[in-house]
Design a binder for this molecule. Structure first.
Ligand code: BDE
Length: 142
């Protein structure tokens, strides 16, 4: 398990943009399962939308990308640097994500070669997949 205190050391993000709360499972260079608890008190809900709080799909993709970042950083704990989000393909938003949902972020490595990583991300609420995307990222060492 990776708790929030370790996540804030691994990722550069902060409020209101850190979208990973906890890591449940981690296999280096292979797979990560993380959670994001979604509450009515999210900063985006007043605007998206005033009478219909729905988590923006782009932020579900962001949460998947951040989980991928944790996977990459924890795979190479000795390397210091940043993960840059460089691309997205085949994104789909299948069901609305609303206050009270717990997002399960499953990210698998399709391939990584040198500094380029290609991830398949799937977001679940319960047993249902609510969003998916292929995400590209580049690790830049300092
Ligand atoms: C469905 C699949 C994936 N992501 C979102 C949906 C969805 O139901 N979006 N709904 C948005 C929506 C926005 C407003 Br403003 C509104 O008044 C209503 Br009735 C909506 O369903």
């Amino acid at each position: 398990m990776v708790d929030i205190y370790e996540i804030i050391e691994l990722l550069p993000h902060n409020y209101p943009f850190l979208l990973v709360d906890r890591v449940l499972e981690f296999e280096p260079a292979k797979r990560i399962v993380a959670i994001k608890n979604v509450t009515f008190n999210e900063p985006f809900f007043p605007g998206h939308f005033p009478k219909k709080p729905i988590m923006p799909g782009v932020l579900i993709v962001e949460a998947l990308a951040q989980a991928g970042g944790v996977l990459a950083f924890k795979t190479f704990p000795e390397k210091k640097g940043s993960v840059f989000f460089t691309g997205i393909d085949e994104a789909r938003f299948r069901k609305p994500v609303v206050p009270g949902d717990q997002l399960k972020l499953v990210v698998e490595v399709i391939k990584h070669r040198r500094e380029i990583w290609l991830f398949k991300g799937m977001a679940y609420v319960g047993d249902e997949m609510v969003a998916e995307a292929k995400i590209m990222a580049m690790l830049k060492e300092e």
